[in-house]
Design a protein around this ligand. Structure first.
Ligand code: IPE
Ligand code: IPE
Ligand code: MG
Ligand code: MG
Ligand code: MG
Length: 311
């Protein structure tokens, strides 16, 4: 079976992820070092992005663009915008009002390193920064492509995407009911919740690359299906990490999903069944890449690495 573990630095695909992640990090670092009117805001935003992070979504965008023959420079700003938005989602996800987490990427969460109000504003700043850099004239793309990319990211992250998933995730805990107890969600409901809160940003990475590369409809369809399965596999691996890993390895608190009554496939089916389902998702995603033959080797490695993901 496929067990290429993400941290294996000798693996060329893992090395590519590391190198491309470093590129995204350095561009974001440059952007975030420019001053705002508040040093505290600049520092909190910088901390929330620069505190580590695997950069999977932006590198997925870059590598999908490469697969479609796009000049890598053209994909860099959309990749950075997506990562800025993802980092915002983590800062808010960790807030006491949401998942109430003290550790992220092995370090204190933004509201712990700073304070809650600064974390809220740093998140807001990163969300809006994503659309700022995408709509900036310095990034020379034609208007039609820019608008399409902006729309993909807005739809994927907003009320029809990630934010809706986050609300369903909290609602499933039963926290908005008079008598608070976790709701028993069906597999279908959990899928929908996870497709929204996590999957939509993975699919957006791919769709933005498809716009840049003017992908043919049949290839786009396969790539988007790969993205859906990859997002599912990614969240299932995240839920397994929560159930089976520890704080040092994961870089964030574990055992919290069961404690909070989160609706996950692990809570529904148990660890062993969830692992079978993860394998099935990996196979599903891999099948979608057949038309690309060896050109999609990195994408295949990425989804297969979900089986061995520990952080
Ligand atoms: C964590 O995402 C949030 C989920 C959707 C589970 P990542 O595991 O990609 O977080 P970083 O960016 O690498 O820290
Ligand atoms: C977060 O899901 C999804 C987001 C949109 C940020 P989780 O709440 O499971 O992510 P972790 O476990 O805190 O990283
Ligand atoms: Mg959450
Ligand atoms: Mg969380
Ligand atoms: Mg989690």
């Amino acid at each position: 079976m496929k067990k290429s573990s993400m941290p294996d630095k000798r693996n060329p695909h893992a090395m590519l992820l590391t190198d491309q992640a470093a590129l995204v990090t350095s561009v974001l670092d440059d952007i975030l070092r420019t001053q705002t009117h508040s040093q505290r805001l600049s520092q909190a935003m910088h901390y929330g992005v620069m505190s580590g992070g695997k950069r999977i979504r932006p590198v997925l965008l870059l590598e999908t663009a490469r697969l479609l023959g796009v000049d890598p420079d053209m994909a860099l700003i959309p990749a950075c915008a997506l990562e800025a938005l993802h980092c915002y989602s983590l800062i808010h996800d960790d807030l006491p009002a949401m998942d109430d987490d003290d550790m992220r990427r092995g370090q204190p969460t933004v509201h712990k390193a700073f304070d809650e109000a600064s974390a809220v504003l740093a998140g807001d700043g990163l969300l809006t920064l994503a659309f700022d850099i995408l709509s900036d004239n310095n990034w020379a793309l034609n208007a039609e492509i820019s608008v399409k990319i902006i729309n993909i990211l807005a739809r994927a992250s907003g009320r029809s995407g990630m934010i809706a998933g986050q609300m369903l995730d909290l609602d499933a805990e039963g926290r908005f009911e008079a008598i608070q107890k976790p709701k028993a969600l069906s597999e279908q409901h959990i899928r929908t919740l996870q497709d929204l809160k996590t999957g939509r940003l993975f699919v957006a990475a791919i769709d933005m690359a498809c716009v840049l590369g003017r992908a043919a409809p049949d290839l786009r369809k396969n790539l988007l299906s790969y993205g859906v399965s990859l997002g599912r596999a990614f969240q299932l691996a995240d839920d397994l990490i929560d159930a089976t890993s520890n704080k040092d390895e994961a870089g964030k608190a574990t055992g919290k999903d069961a404690q909070a009554g989160k609706a996950t496939l692990v809570s529904l089916y148990g660890i062993e069944q969830a692992q079978f389902r993860l394998d099935a998702l990996i196979d599903e995603a891999t099948r979608m890449l057949h038309p690309f033959k060896s050109q999609a080797d990195w994408h295949i490695w990425l989804v297969q690495s979900m089986a061995g993901r520990r952080s």
